[in-house]
Design a protein around this ligand. Structure first.
Ligand code: GLN
Length: 196
């Protein structure tokens, strides 16, 4: 079962995409909602609000515990990517999960181009993916052991570790389910392997 953090942001769009590919989902608002969930999606939205509510409702603590235990895969899109990053430049106290060794700079594409669309080459995908960026963060540092699956003008925009991944763009706002399929597989395979 895939959980979608549903405290703020575009969780409904993620839900619809998983429904389209036949993957069951559950809205996650508090720690207890994570029982039976093997992959958690953190949507785009406002990362300070998402971080604050996830902490208040106990989701942050339980997601950290389950991730470290190896029974929960994570995918953050845009604001969700910020929530997963170890370092948020200029916002050291912003509440976050911080389990992926990345640094991000919020809203760093600048005013003129704060939202844009582009076709991305993604490692392992047989044709380009139409990517939508909305006031996206820039990933400014990628820790050792993480893989960059796509870059845009030299900056990483899709990065994964063993069982966590971030996209600074919004696959849930397209008609293309390939990144959702990718995460559904990651959540199945990695987590099942660990659980034995
Ligand atoms: N700019 C937002 C933030 O910093 C993220 C934008 C998004 O998720 N589309 O929280």
């Amino acid at each position: 079962m895939i959980g979608i953090l549903a405290v703020q942001g575009d969780f409904r769009e993620h839900e619809q995409m998983f429904r389209k590919i036949g993957v069951p989902t559950r809205r996650v608002r508090r720690a207890a909602d994570l029982v039976g969930v093997t992959g958690l999606v953190i949507p785009g939205g406002e990362s300070t609000t998402i971080g604050k509510l996830a902490r208040e409702y106990g989701v942050e603590e339980e997601a950290r515990r389950r991730y470290q235990e190896g029974t929960l895969a994570l995918w953050g899109t845009c604001a969700g990517a910020i929530w997963l990053a170890r370092e948020i430049e200029g916002y050291p106290d912003q509440p976050r999960l911080g389990v992926l060794d990345l640094s991000v700079a919020r809203n760093a594409y600048g005013r003129q181009v704060e939202s844009f669309e582009t076709d991305l080459e993604i490692e392992g995908f047989d044709r380009p993916f139409h990517a939508i960026f909305i006031r996206a963060p820039v990933i400014t540092r990628v820790g050792k052991g993480l893989r960059m699956l796509a870059t845009y003008r030299g900056d990483p925009v899709f990065v994964r570790g063993e069982r966590a991944m971030v996209t600074t763009f919004h696959p849930e706002l397209t008609d293309d389910p390939r990144v959702h399929e990718y995460f559904a597989r990651l959540a199945e395979e990695e987590v099942r392997a660990k659980a034995g």
